[in-house]
Design a protein around this ligand. Structure first.
Ligand code: NAD
Length: 348
């Protein structure tokens, strides 16, 4: 099993180091690691945020564990050279079209949620977000209007095949959980969303056991805060999913707690914490590594067929939290490395 480690920028290397220690402690047979630069680190080393050698490693590997990209030094570069292009490039090149973001509240962290503990404690959902289409990948640019004003534009589109394949992932995820799927769109205003809704309804015929509902994105944003316990699986497009999954994360506690998986059609995947490179705390040992450690657990479960090892990591994280381990984002004072130590102690 070859695991590509792509630490990236900011706190990426700090949190990946802890996840690697956890994986090494499991001592699974045949597990190998290769590391490569990505994002701003790669741009500074070789002039491109996603060098060919890094892409080749990602293609060769059985799974990819990714830290985060984003570096304020690179904010003025042309867009195609910015660190964030690396993650978009990996998603596109590896056809990682399905992003799975579980949002579950560890009971010990009910106080860390932005919601009242009795509301937060109901959160147990997966957000399935489409990753390869939508307004992020449509034609975009800057132009002048007839009266000489600057105008930016980004075209939103989905074709029916793109919607059908992510809808199927949504239904399959629901089948493995509570059999409830909520499709989020803006079909009252957007043609793209109307097609989305039509195709989701067609796809529902393949999954008669799943109860399907639809919700407009503005209402979904409200319901996530008002009554998050109503959601089992949410399926939505790239733009809406980007926003709603961050919102769900704050409902479930710190952004430093939540893992994610981005899968291709064969379940090969890239696993990463949902947070970014956090330049404000990079290099200070304040980053919470648990989202990355839990991403490693998802990697073992979804791409590497090691469900038991995944269970062990998740149980160790729960045990560390139950024993009081807290980084500053969770209201404590442990350093990144010490949180890693707490998980390792629970693991062994
Ligand atoms: P961010 O997630 O990096 O940080 C938001 C806030 O959460 C910050 O206050 C940060 O300190 C805190 N935070 C994030 N992760 C944390 C952790 N593990 N432990 C403790 N606190 C944590 O989002 P941002 O500030 O909007 O973006 C910073 C950079 O990251 C930007 O360049 C952005 O483009 C990039 N970004 C990258 C990804 C990715 O690599 N997939 C995702 C989101 C943002």
């Amino acid at each position: 099993m070859l695991i590509a480690l792509l630490p990236g920028d900011g706190i990426g290397p700090e949190v990946i180091a802890e996840a690697r220690r956890v994986l090494e402690t499991l001592a699974l047979p045949d597990m190998r690691f290769e590391e490569a630069p990505v994002g701003g680190a790669a741009y500074k080393a070789s002039g491109h945020p996603l060098p060919q050698a890094t892409l080749n490693l990602a293609k060769r590997a059985d799974a990819i564990l990714f830290g985060a990209v984003g570096d304020p030094d690179c904010d003025t570069l042309e867009r195609h050279l910015r660190p964030e292009q690396a993650i978009l490039g990996l998603r596109k090149e590896l056809e990682l079209f399905a992003n799975l973001r579980p949002a579950t509240l560890f009971p010990e962290l009910a106080d860390a949620s932005a919601l009242r503990p009795e509301v937060a404690s109901q959160i147990d959902m997966v957000i399935v977000r489409e990753l390869n289409g939508d307004v992020y990948f449509g034609e975009k640019g800057m132009r002048k209007t007839a009266d000489g004003k600057r105008e930016g534009y980004d075209i939103m589109s989905y074709n029916e095949d793109e919607v059908r394949r992510i809808a199927r992932v949504g239904f399959e995820t629901a089948m493995a959980r509570g059999k409830k799927l909520c499709s989020v769109d803006k079909a009252n205003v957007l043609e793209t969303s109307q097609l989305w809704r039509d195709v989701v309804i067609e796809t529902a015929k393949e999954f008669p056991k799943v109860a399907l509902s639809h919700m407009y994105v503005d209402n979904a944003a409200m319901q996530l805060v008002r009554n998050p316990g109503q959601f089992d699986v949410i399926v939505t497009g790239n733009l809406f999913g980007d926003i709603l999954s961050d919102q769900a994360s704050m409902c479930a506690g710190s952004i430093g707690m939540l893992p994610s998986a981005s899968l291709d059609a064969s379940q090969k995947g890239l696993y990463e914490p949902i947070h970014g490179s956090a330049p404000d705390i990079a290099g200070q040992g304040k980053a919470n590594p648990l989202a990355t450690i839990l991403s490693a657990a998802m990697m073992l479960r979804y791409s590497l067929g090691q469900a038991e090892a995944a269970d062990r990591i998740e149980a160790a994280v729960a045990a560390a939290l139950a024993a009081g381990a807290r980084t500053p984002d969770l209201g404590g004072s442990l350093r990144t490395r010490e949180m890693g130590d707490a998980v390792l102690a629970a693991l062994t």
